[in-house]
Every structure is written in structure tokens, then in C-alpha cells.
Design a protein around this ligand. Structure first.
Ligand SMILES: Cc1cc2nc3c(=O)[nH]c(=O)nc-3n(C[C@H](O)[C@H](O)[C@H](O)COP(=O)(O)OP(=O)(O)OC[C@H]3O[C@@H](n4cnc5c(N)ncnc54)[C@H](O)[C@@H]3O)c2cc1C
Length: 399
């Protein structure tokens, strides 16, 4: 590819991982354009910090394949750069008989995905050895699921980009992209540049950026906010690593879980409530444009009919603390309401949504001429970021 000029829209972990791979492999002159004044301002800086080991994903899917490579590459990067990487382990707990079948499916997928040292636990004594405060009848344990700080990792990768001659420009919102005579012109309020290729890793705005190049409006982004509660220091020992429920297989989210963060704080979350704006970090942030676009999307009726009960449950848990508490107390009964001391950060997931109402499960990429758009990069895209970068290079940028 030689010294192609490559533009990347978006300075989250995926855009920066891609910029790093391209510059380190000498595949082009790279410029990242990020609309905010710092990197990792959106999903990358507002997530659970989990390095997933690949438990849930459909075997053979991009998520399954790229998560396995991504886990190894993130671990290597953290080791090389001396960044925190703690293998605190994860327990997925079934609390009653009705959850045994979905738990068995998670175990089957995990084994097919090659999750290292996975164990099925049916002995409550063993369960309590791993997590002394947990209640359940069976579990799967993934000892190598880890926690990290994805903002710090993004910064470390950005240093590599700059050191290798790449440019990262902040405060540059891309407002137009046009392909003309084999070149791609990109416009922001402050500059206009030409590139040989452009790749958009724009997270919550990925459908809008795709719209700039005339791509299909579907899948659209449906923003789902995940709210977290911080636990008081007294409740800090309720969880040693990570304790997850068995997720509802009809829904693409993992359910409210306990996570010991990389700096030893324990938090509970994230929930999954429809956000009223793409960057709607609380109920006060409302965008009439975003909300109207979601309500009038062709798939809105189908999604509502399929998931209304789940929506009502999640929204009520957001508004009524006791309902959130009841979800978590099911598998950690010693939790008291006063242990939940305050809503901590929230993150908004960019969940792609088809016009027939389906929530897309796997990572998805569109190619429009010389522009590549990452259309769906939900969890575990932070874990998989370096692997997604490799995939984009192999399948979209060197062909
Ligand atoms: C609550 C929550 C919990 C999660 N937990 C985990 C987890 O534990 N482990 C895991 O692996 N994943 C997790 N994820 C998913 C993970 O955070 C995302 O998949 C990942 O961060 C996606 O990275 P990204 O670079 O694609 O998107 P983002 O981090 O959202 O970055 C996109 C960037 O593009 C920029 N941008 C958008 N439009 C423009 C424009 N027009 N011009 C210029 N810049 C633009 C934005 O400002 C933003 O900085 C979680 C996500 C959430 C929300």
C-alpha cells in the first residue's frame, strides 16, 4: 500500500488501535480526527473495564474470534507498557433451576471458543471458595477474565502513533466526507484534508458518519445507557473479582454485575436503559432529534413488542433504587441497600439496530468505495480493539 494517506474518524480505543497498527506496520501516513478535546471520551472511557475471555459469543462469529485474539494482545500491551492488568476472574452464577439450561449453553460456547481454564462448578462449597458472598446453585468460572483501564490503554497506544509519525487531531468533528477522483475529502469546521482511504470508528455516531458517504441508514444506532452504582468501602469485600448473572439470551447485554475495578473500587452495573440522546449520560440529557429518529425508525414497533417488558424493568430499576438493588441481591444476598452509595459513572452503548427491529449481535463493517465504516462495535470491542484493527487492515485496507 506504500505511503497512502489514511484518515481515521474517531479517537476511541478502536480508532486509536487501528492508527497504531497502521503506523507500526508502516502501512501509511495516518491522521486521526476526533471531535472531542480528549481521547476515549465516550464508550471507551465509560465502560466496565473488563477484558472478556469469550464466554458468551456465538462460536465462529467475529466477536468470538476477535475477542480471543484481542484478550491476548491487550494483555501483552499492558505487560510491555507496565499498565495495570489484573486477572481477578469471573463467575457467572445460576440462582435457580430455570437458569441451568442457559448456563449450560454459556459453558458450551465458552469451551468451543477456547476460553482458557474454564471450570463448571456445581458444588456450592467450591462456589463460596471463589466468591465467599455469592448465592447460587451452579456457575461457570473463567479465572483469566481481567480488568484494565481502557482510557489509559488508549493513551498508551496514542503515544505509539505519535512516536511513529502519525497525527492525532482533537476537537475536529468530521461534518462531510466525499469521494472524488479516487481521493476522499474530509471536512471539519477547522480543516479540509484529502486521503486515499478513510475508516470511521465513530461509535455512537457511526450511522451518522455512514450517512455522510451515502451508506444505507440501516443499521441505525440505538443508544442504551448503562448506569453503575458505587459500593461503599464497607461493602468492598462482597466481591473478590467479578460476579455476573446468567444473561437473558434474547437480549444482547450481560445484566447487572459486580466488578472489582482496576483501582480496587467495587461497582455494580451496568443496567441497559434506552438513552434519550446518543450521548445521554443521564435522564436530563435529551435530544429531540435522536429520540424522534428512534421512535420513527421502521423497527421501533417490532423492538417494542419484543422487549417492552425488559424496557419497563430496566427503566424502573433506573428510577427506583430498590428495584436495582433487588436484581443484585439475588446472587449476593448480603448486599444491603445502604451499601449502594451513589450512582457512579454511566456509559452509553452504541447498539446497532436493523430496520426490521433486530438488535445486531456481531461486529459489522460496511465498505462504501474508499470509505470503511465500522457500524457495530459493542462489547467486547474494547477487549478486541487490537484484533479489530488487524481485521480491518486484512479485510478492508489491503485488498
Ligand atoms: C456501559 C458500557 C460497558 C462496557 N463494558 C465493556 C467491557 O467491560 N469490556 C469491553 O471489551 N467492552 C465494553 N464495552 C464496550 C466498549 O466500551 C466499546 O465497544 C468500545 O469502547 C468501542 O470503541 P470505539 O472506539 O468504537 O467507540 P468510542 O469509544 O465511542 O469512540 C468513538 C469516537 O468517535 C468520535 N466521533 C464520533 N463522531 C465523530 C465525528 N463526526 N468526527 C470526529 N470524531 C467523531 C467520538 O467522539 C468518540 O470519541 C462497554 C460499553 C459500555 C457503554
Amino acid at each position: 500500500m506504500g505511503a497512502e494517506r489514511i484518515g481515521i474518524v474517531g479517537g476511541g480505543i478502536v480508532g486509536i488501535a487501528l492508527a497504531r497498527e497502521l503506523t507500526l506496520r508502516g502501512l501509511g501516513e495516518v491522521t486521526v480526527l476526533e471531535k472531542e478535546h480528549r481521547l476515549a471520551e465516550h464508550q471507551t472511557g465509560h465502560n466496565s473495564g473488563v477484558v472478556h475471555a469469550g464466554l458468551y459469543y456465538r462460536p465462529g462469529s467475529l466477536k468470538a474470534r476477535l475477542c480471543a485474539i484481542g484478550r491476548r494482545t491487550i494483555r501483552e500491551l499492558c505487560q510491555e507498557r507496565g499498565l495495570p492488568y489484573r486477572e481477578v476472574g469471573k463467575l457467572v452464577v445460576a440462582v435457580d433451576e430455570s437458569e441451568l439450561e442457559p448456563l449450560a449453553e454459556i459453558e458450551r460456547r465458552s469451551r468451543e471458543n477456547g476460553v482458557p481454564d474454564l471450570a463448571r462448578i456445581d458444588d456450592v462449597g467450591r462456589l463460596r471458595e471463589i466468591e465467599p458472598h455469592v448465592a447460587g446453585i451452579a456457575a461457570v468460572h473463567s479465572p483469566h477474565t481481567a480488568i484494565v483501564d481502557y482510557s489509559t490503554i488508549t493513551e498508551a497506544m496514542a503515544q505509539d502513533v505519535r512516536a511513529a509519525g502519525g497525527r492525532i487531531l482533537l476537537g475536529q468533528e468530521v461534518t462531510a466526507i466525499a469521494e472524488e477522483h479516487g481521493r476522499v475529502r474530509v471536512v471539519t469546521p477547522y480543516l479540509e484534508e484529502e486521503f486515499d482511504r478513510v475508516i470511521a470508528c465513530a461509535g455512537l455516531q457511526s450511522d451518522l458518519v455512514a450517512g455522510l458517504v451515502g451508506a444505507d441508514p440501516s443499521p441505525k444506532i440505538l443508544p442504551f445507557r448503562g448506569e453503575y452504582w458505587a459500593l461503599s468501602p464497607e461493602a468492598n469485600d462482597l466481591c473478590r473479582g467479578m460476579i455476573y448473572p446468567v444473561p437473558d439470551p434474547r437480549f444482547p447485554f450481560l445484566g447487572v454485575h459486580f466488578t472489582r475495578g482496576v483501582y480496587d473500587d467495587v461497582h455494580l452495573g451496568p443496567s441497559a436503559v434506552p438513552a434519550l440522546a446518543r450521548e445521554g449520560y443521564n435522564w436530563r440529557r435529551i435530544s429531540m432529534r435522536d429520540t424522534w429518529a428512534s421512535l420513527t425508525w421502521p423497527g421501533a414497533g417490532a423492538l417494542f413488542r419484543k422487549h417492552w417488558y425488559m424496557g419497563v424493568d430496566e427503566v424502573s430499576a433506573s428510577l427506583i433504587k430498590r428495584r436495582y438493588f433487588n436484581k443484585a441481591r439475588k446472587f449476593v444476598p448480603e448486599l444491603r441497600m445502604q451499601d449502594m452509595v451513589g450512582k457512579s459513572t454511566a456509559g452509553v452503548r452504541a447498539q446497532a439496530w436493523d430496520r426490521d427491529g433486530t438488535l445486531l449481535d456481531d461486529f459489522a463493517v460496511d465498505q462504501i468505495g474508499r470509505v470503511t465504516v465500522l457500524r457495530n462495535a459493542p462489547s467486547p470491542a474494547a477487549t478486541s480493539s487490537i484484533a479489530i484493527a488487524g481485521y480491518l487492515i486484512e479485510h478492508h485496507l489491503t485488498t
